[in-house]
Design a protein around this ligand. Sequence first.
Ligand code: SF4
Length: 359
Amino acid sequence: MCGDVERVFKRRETHQVRCGNVVIGGDSPVSVQTMTKTDTRDVGSTLAQVNECAAAGADIVRVAVPDMEAAEALRKIKAGAMCPIVADIHFDHNLAIAAILAGADKIRVNPGNIGGPQKLLAVAERARERGTAIRIGINGGSVERDILEKHGGPVPEALVESAERALGYLEDSGTGNLVISLKSSGVRATVKAYTLMAEKTRWPFHIGITEAGPGVRGVVKSAVGISSLLTLGLGDTLRVSLTGSPLDEVKAGRDILQAAEVAFFGPEIISCPTCGRTQVNLIPVAEGVAARLRDIRAPLKVAIMGCPVNGPGEAKEADVGVACGRDGGILFMRGKVLGRVPEEEMIDALVRLAHEAAK
Ligand code: SF4
């Protein structure tokens, strides 16, 4: 059984691809990406959003390049960006070439809409000269017509054939530094597509569920899709696509990686859901503690429990914890009871303890 579980989680072996100072694939950590939602031609706003995302934990940020002005703006964005920049290109291969010349660390092209193999190869030539990585970004909505006709629609097999065709052109021309994505808005189709593709190539995968939607719904759909792939050992860089802020995308991406036990970004907060037995106002305590422990990088479990029923047991299991009662909480550290604190001092006391335990 144990062997089966390990096999399931074993990460697929891939080549390594360099995107600025981030390595994608091999045994490098699964990187978190997002995409700016500003007009790329507005350098000030775009750069501010790029750096806000990088400060929030994005490893790589993608920007849309819909015209030459946006491609030119990349030069300034690159100069001030705190993380590698990917240029997102559709329809016009000249934009891809301009983005490469402007210093993009990676370009995302969609072979189904870039204008045919010759144009794709012209882009690849420039990318090779500059050491720019290329993501072959296949989308269900833009698979080549003959492939769609053969498969009867944008089914996973069609996405894979489209990627294989582009890969064939690029590899034959000696282009390396490739990343592949096969995005469909359905979880099952996406998982099937990546699983099929994994048998055909060693290039790393960019994973995500495209157009996942807004709010909780989008996060849940992305988490189900991304974690299914991670469980199969597939995925070297990811983006959670939300109809919302890129900062939420970054946070969700990191939370998915941590929940899937693929990466660690900070202490694990184990807080009870609260119920009719809760004896203190637990929600602000849990939120307050979580917000103040973001600087901790040690693998720490912090328990915040709402009543004396399960509280002491759970709190004892964690590195530090508090089990709340009617008049405050009992603090624990690595199984030992440290004493009682009044409710208004609980956050400070637990934060202090967590920092001590993290040393
Ligand atoms: S720990 Fe107590 S308050 Fe929290 S959910 Fe369980 S029973 Fe309810």
